[in-house]
Design a protein around this ligand. Structure first.
Ligand code: SAM
Length: 225
């Protein structure tokens, strides 16, 4: 059984995909997709030996080793042209690391039909990287697990122009405004409210920092409403 976060990533994986799951750790995502016969084949990429051992153990335990391969490699160096990988998932890492992995792949002229990305932080950096590197975002979701909110971004090769609001809040998420989206940003509004209160108590209402936090507060409120 996948966690809600990994389930929401799995939901975007096209049926019959040849998948590379980069930074897979226990390989729960590709193993689940293989066990459900949703994908044809998976490469499990890991930069560390310990997590790769976990992944290989999971593949054996779930009897899917014949349709998957664990590889020790940095990012998308795990994937060769002969693997015919069409779908890449990168989940549970910071957005900067995800962008760095995509950038290194792009420098090697690697390109993929579908990217499914789940940054834990810095989602805007991921969206900016995608649009600057000839990917277009075709779908997004936001999911809650306990007190954490996770965004999932799906991209395919193509051109796209995003506004600053799109980059920041998600071009689809900010239009759909699901209850989870609103809850995610309400949490941020609550955090900023505390900061503004502290700045007021310290008599710093005339500082640039105060004005910036105030502007951010109003921007989020407007986007949520
Ligand atoms: N993808 C799984 C998930 O979402 O639950 C596991 C996420 S785990 C927090 C991040 C994993 O990414 C770690 O196992 C780490 O070793 C791996 N990792 C970090 N940088 C990497 C890189 N450049 N290439 C491949 N794997 C990497």
């Amino acid at each position: 059984q996948l966690s809600p976060r990994l389930k929401s990533v799995a939901n975007f994986v096209p049926a019959g995909a040849r998948l590379a799951d980069i930074g897979s750790d226990h390989a729960y995502l590709p193993v689940n997709l293989l066990m459900n016969d949703h994908i044809e084949y998976a490469i499990i990429g890991e930069v560390s030996q310990g997590p790769l051992d976990n992944a290989r153990h999971e593949l054996q335990k779930r009897c899917v080793s014949d349709r998957a391969e664990g590889r020790l490699a940095d990012g998308l160096l795990a994937v060769n042209d002969e693997d015919k990988i069409d779908t890449v998932t990168i989940a549970g890492m910071g957005g900067i690391l995800i962008s760095d992995i995509l950038e290194a792949a792009s420098q090697r002229r690697q390109s993929f039909k579908t990217l499914i990305l789940q940054p834990n932080t810095d989602e805007a950096i991921v969206r900016r990287w995608l649009t600057a590197n000839q990917y277009q975002i075709i779908d997004e979701t936001v999911v809650q697990e306990e007190t954490h909110f996770y965004e999932v971004i799906v991209a395919i090769p193509g051109e796209q122009t995003l506004s600053e609001l799109d980059v920041d809040f998600g071009p689809y998420l900010r239009i759909e405004k699901t209850a989870t989206f609103v809850a995610k940003w309400q949490k941020e509004v609550d955090r900023i409210t505390v900061i503004l209160k502290q700045l007021r108590a310290a008599d710093k209402t005339r500082t640039a920092a105060y004005r910036q936090w105030q502007a951010r507060y109003h921007q989020i409120q407007e986007t949520m409403s």
